[in-house]
Design a protein around this ligand. Structure first.
Ligand code: SF4
Ligand code: SF4
Length: 387
């Protein structure tokens, strides 16, 4: 990675786009050492150095735009939560990416993704009218003033056939517990968390504003999210645009329903179940106990804790737009996670994020471990354990 030019305009631009703490960096290198890219071999790992990236940003240097540099960060937060100077590394990465994407030069793999989100309101290029297809054969209420919660289903779980099973399981659980909730459907747009992380600020603003206007018009007061990415952006990014609601991840709500005696699971799976903490549920949102409490109910026993767990959880590599990256076998963080789970004797690796399910399922296949390890969202395990 050889930077080409020093540009004061570039330095000012990225500061304006959110890299407000970039000058706090003292170049200690702890971030680079903690980054999961240090755990895998390959060209991207050799290229990508987050400490160096902070330096380039500080100096306003250009030339960091290739995919294996700036766009390799999965925004897992491991570096940021341990930085001794409190540098908001992810905001810096996002701001630097926006200098490239805002100039109309996103990496080739992101072009159809962003184009699809512009055209259809979601990055999976699913037609709007098909956003509700995952509901087929299920009783899914429509949201209205008589409903307590609005259920916002992640675009991935609206369109991806594997992922729709997660949304369907959540609906079965909410129906069983008699929760007052509803969905809006085709008018919803992507929460745009990943869109902003890849640096398309304009598209993020457009999608977020259309959701804020829609939710306000429908009278939404409380939101249940199926993905921790939607949770995070609704809680941390929408308020500055005027969108403020009470937002919970479904795992938090289900744990509360169990405590209130509205949900119980007579049949445990009796399988050895390990839990993978999603970065955006754990490190970014501080939710560690609710998914474990749920799993203990579904499994009828203690959760098998992986070696790198809770605050030290290993990223699946699906955040920050990396779910759309092509990574060669042998260089995927999620493969390390599969090995972690197998080494602990787990039969099921559970998680609570559609991106994690996607990345871990692919890694399990690439390592040919699908006969010995099942990848499940906890909602699927819970729905299967319902009486
Ligand atoms: S961002 Fe933080 S951890 Fe990384 S080099 Fe700078 S001061 Fe050190
Ligand atoms: S957020 Fe995660 S992937 Fe990105 S630089 Fe930090 S540790 Fe590495």
């Amino acid at each position: 990675m050889e930077p080409k030019n020093v540009s004061l305009e570039m330095r000012d631009y990225i500061a304006e786009m959110g890299a407000e703490t970039i000058n706090w960096c003292m170049q200690c290198g702890l971030c680079t050492n903690l980054c999961p890219w240090r755990l895998v071999p390959g060209e991207t790992s050799e290229h990508f150095n987050i400490r160096h990236m902070q330096r380039l940003g500080q100096m306003g240097m250009e030339g960091f735009e290739d995919e294996k540099s700036l766009f390799a960060c999965s925004t897992c937060g491991m570096c940021q939560s341990n930085c001794p100077r409190g540098v908001k590394i992810i905001d810096n990465v996002r701001a630097m990416r926006s200098s490239i994407v805002g100039a109309g030069m996103p990496p080739a793999n992101l072009r159809p993704v962003l184009g699809g989100a512009h055209a259809n309101g979601n990055p999976w290029s699913g037609p709007r009218e098909k956003r509700v297809d995952w509901q087929q054969g299920l009783d899914v209420p429509s949201f209205g003033p008589d409903k307590e919660y609005f259920l916002f289903v992640c675009c991935h779980s609206c369109y991806d056939p594997r992922s729709t099973k997660i949304a369907r399981s959540i609906v079965r659980l909410l129906n069983h517990a008699g929760v007052s909730y509803g969905v809006i459907g085709a008018e919803e747009s992507c929460c745009a968390e990943s869109v902003r992380k890849v640096g398309d600020e304009e598209l993020f603003q457009k999608l977020a504003q259309s959701n804020i206007d829609l939710f306000k018009a429908k009278g939404v007061a409380k939101i249940i999210t199926t993905s921790p990415h939607c949770l995070w952006t609704f809680q941390n990014e929408y308020p500055e645009m005027g969108g403020e609601w009470e937002v919970v991840h479904y795992a938090q709500l289900l744990a509360q329903l169990i405590e209130d005696g509205r949900l119980s699971f007579p049949a445990g799976t009796e399988q050895n179940v390990a839990f993978h903490d999603p970065c955006y549920l754990g490190r970014h949102s501080g939710i560690y106990d609710a998914p474990r409490e749920l799993l203990e109910k579904a499994c009828g026993g203690a959760v098998n804790e992986l070696e790198r767990t809770r605050e030290r959880s290993l990223c699946c590599a699906g955040g920050g737009g990396r779910i759309w990256a092509e990574i060669p076998m042998g260089e995927r963080f999620a493969e390390l996670r599969i090995v972690d789970a197998c080494n602990r004797g787990a039969q099921v690796l559970a998680t609570s994020c559609p991106y994690c399910v996607n990345m871990l399922t692919d890694a399990c296949k690439s390592l040919d471990r699908q006969e010995v390890l099942d990848i499940k969202d906890i909602a699927e395990l819970l729905a299967a354990a319902l009486p």
